[in-house]
Write a protein that binds this ligand. Structure first.
Ligand code: PLP
Length: 489
């Protein structure tokens, strides 16, 4: 049997430690280099489930290389790879290398960011990044914030702080967000006990941005009914269209009604470091809080995100003093006072390493590049007679669909586009997303790969068009109905 430190670091174990971690990196790089233009294999859920279910967790393999080989079979051989330019579905990005190096330290040191006595310098690295992001937003030195697991948690915490500022009874409180805003706002309202009806969806204009006139009407109607506007949530980059709500106008209305003004910049937050488009976020500095997902447009691995607040004192709404952890009279600083979490990973280190190695401009240039890419691709799509583009792209998404001649009604278009998407997935050639626009089914490209070229993305579009023409042709031919068209996935 091995020594007690066999699976732990020990000076006598240093070579083994190095080798285990190093061979994991080698294994990863082999897989990254072996995808050969295919972002996925199209493995079925049934097959993926069967392979995993066959593993007996009570019978360990004993050796690292065996576990890596098994991992390939269970997951990596058929994983979804975001470094492939043809993976263009979701807001999940290829990751910058400095952040990956940081991951080794995050887990290897295993600091926990709740208290100084579990993190030392890490606490101040996180705080420095919070201050830096707050300064980029345009907040003054009253500002503060905390790293979170994602936009969902940041939005929840922002609304919890807004609720903490309120004296009115919960059943009267209302949250105003764009009809295209993120569903995590609804979930937050539910978790905060405000109920689903607390969120008032505000209509969007033709470019899918919140319509300030509609917001003004919704606010005054609500006050007339005796309700209390608790918060207005502007979205800086809606998930489907990348639309940035008119921040100065929304800010003015929020202020006029005494509501907390939160900006959900989970997607558009990367513009804070954009060398060419920072001005798109004008007005964000008027907010009370901002959610930023570094794990989207800052090219960081999941998860890496933050909530920033204009007035750091408001974070007191989540403070609780525990004798064992953060007593009031502690001589040490702590971050747990500001967080919904207790034990918390040092996710901030990923952003830190990226900024120290690459610098902010290089991160922002990656975002500028994918916005340019979306513009160039959309310009081509608009000229295609069998493609319907739902709206001009604003960040890096393109909402579109195949509409070959002869497929006219909504139900047929919905079935056709679902079949196209399924075919691309099953073939493992490309990953595109689906969404609905005002009840109508569309496909979506989310471009977050700065290495992808216009031709790469147009190649995906050609796959969509080709599949569309063929499936439509086959379903129109009476003798050869394709079963897939009818199968909902
Ligand atoms: C992705 C997203 C969220 C949710 O963020 P997670 O990091 O996935 O929790 C919230 N709002 C918007 C606009 C988003 O795009």
């Amino acid at each position: 049997m091995g020594a007690p430190w066999q699976h732990l670091f020990h000076p006598a174990n240093a070579d083994r430690y190095r080798q285990a971690v190093g061979s994991a990196v080698d294994h990863l790089v082999d897989h990254l280099g072996g995808t050969a233009g295919r972002p996925l294999t199209g493995i079925t859920p049934r097959e993926a489930a069967e392979r995993v279910a066959a593993v007996d967790l009570d019978r360990p393999l004993g050796a690292g290389p065996d576990a890596l080989a098994e991992l390939s079979r269970l997951w990596l051989d058929d994983a979804i790879w975001f470094h492939e330019p043809t993976a263009a579905a979701h807001l999940n990005c290829p990751v910058v290398i400095p952040a990956l190096a940081a991951e080794v330290f995050i887990s290897g040191v295993n600091s926990s960011l709740d208290t100084f006595d579990q993190s030392a310098g890490a606490t101040f690295i996180e705080r420095h990044l919070v201050d830096w992001t707050a300064a980029r937003i345009g907040y003054d030195d009253q500002a503060d914030g905390i790293f979170t697991t994602g936009g969902t948690q940041s939005n929840l915490q922002a609304l919890l702080l807004a609720l903490g500022q309120q004296a009115a009874p919960a059943e009267r409180l209302r949250i105003f967000a764009s009809a295209d805003g993120h569903f995590s706002v609804q979930k937050a309202a539910r978790m905060l006990g405000l109920g689903d009806a607390a969120v008032v969806p505000v209509p969007v204009d033709l470019s899918r941005r919140m319509d300030p006139a509609a917001l003004s009407t919704a606010l005054s109607d609500s006050v007339e009914r005796g309700d209390v506007p608790m918060a207005v949530v502007a979205t800086a980059g809606t998930t489907d269209f990348g639309a940035i709500d008119p921040l100065p106008e929304v800010a003015a209305l929020a202020r006029a009604y005494g509501a907390w003004f939160h900006v959900d910049a989970a997607y558009g937050g990367g513009l804070l470091v954009s060398p060419r488009r920072r001005d798109w976020l004008e007005g964000i500095e008027l907010s009370d809080s901002v959610a930023v997902d570094y794990h989207k447009t800052w090219f960081q691995p999941v998860s890496c995100s933050a909530l920033l607040v204009r007035d750091g004192a408001t974070l007191g709404h989540v403070t609780w003093h525990a004798d064992y952890l953060n007593p009031k009279d502690s001589a040490h600083p702590n971050q747990v006072d500001k967080s919904l979490q207790t034990t918390r990973r040092f996710e901030a280190l990923k952003l830190w390493m990226s900024l120290r190695v690459m610098g902010a401009d290089a991160i922002g240039e990656h975002l500028d590049t994918v916005i340019d890419l979306a513009d160039a691709v959309a310009a081509e799509l608009t000229a295609m007679p069998d493609i319907d583009v739902a709206a001009a792209p604003q960040l890096s998404t393109i909402v579109f669909r195949s509409c070959p001649p002869g497929v006219a009604d909504e139900a047929a278009l919905a079935a056709l586009n679902a079949a196209i998407r399924a075919e691309l997935f099953d073939d493992g050639r490309a990953l595109v997303a689906a969404t609905k626009v005002d009840g109508r089914s569309y496909l979506k490209l989310t471009l977050l790969n700065p290495i992808a070229t216009v031709d790469d993305v147009l190649g995906v579009v050609e796959m969509v068009r080709g599949a569309g023409r063929r499936i439509a042709g086959e379903s129109a031919a009476p003798r050869a109905p394709r079963q897939r068209l009818a199968v909902a996935r």
